[in-house]
Write a protein that binds this ligand. Sequence first.
Ligand SMILES: [Zn+2]
Length: 309
Amino acid sequence: MTSFDRRNFCKSSIAFASFGVASNFFVPSLSQARTLDLGSAKLESFSDGVMRLPIEMLFENVPTDERDQLLSEIGSAVDVISRPVNVNLLSTGSRRILFDAGSGKNFLSSLGQLPAVLEEASVDLAGITDVVFTHAHPDHIWGIIDEFDDLLMPNASYHISEAEWAFWDSEDALSSMPAGRENFAVGAKSRFDLLRDRINLFSAGAEIIPSVEAIDTSGHTPGHMAFAIHDKGQSVLIAGDSLTHPVISFKHPEWQNSSDMDTENAVKTRIRLLDRLTQDNFVLAATHLPAPGYGRVEKDGAAWRFIET
Ligand SMILES: [Zn+2]
């Protein structure tokens, strides 16, 4: 059976299985996109799903009483944090630019719905012209392939920072992973192997696509990048994982986040980014802020506040 045959056989099997489920149980509808009209361009947010992470994986080395009180005030559990995974699609001229690609089916069972969500929204994966990565963690890059390890966006150019590529492509990546996260390195490397001939490496400050500028936001990973999109109407900042919690990242950007690989640098990056977001009045688009992940940032005393839009 060819790869094409296997894929279609599998698709029909999935469709058949889904039909069986749908006829007996309630099936929630796929997440709806939200759209930002930027003037001559359009930005849409699509959900890859939601992940639930133990608090120790995120905010462990922080004042726990204050942390728990903040979480309780917003009605959040104090032991497990739910984080959506929002993926953005920029349509400008003839370009269809995806920022990150979700996690696919091999990371967490609650993630990996992006291809179905895009299909439901009539977004043709073959028509995606560019995939731009903020960084190479599983929930951002693993989703470039289907269940047969074929690229889901076969016609796209792929873009990642030089520093991010250098780290995850090195022997050091695996040995520097904390226990339990070794698969982060193995998974990134296997995706890189598929992209090696078509990857476009860039540095901070580069205009990687007309009107899309890369901004150094290292700390979460060695080569993490945010992207400023400048259009006629307004500017948007694709923040990736530099701001991940709707209260803690803004009220206490100085608190260390255990998911950041270089926690001290990540703190500096967060504070620098929050300053820029308020000064330049950016719309913020972030992967793990409440879906669709869009909002504005305001100064709040010595700290900041996230206002969802
Ligand atoms: Zn992430």
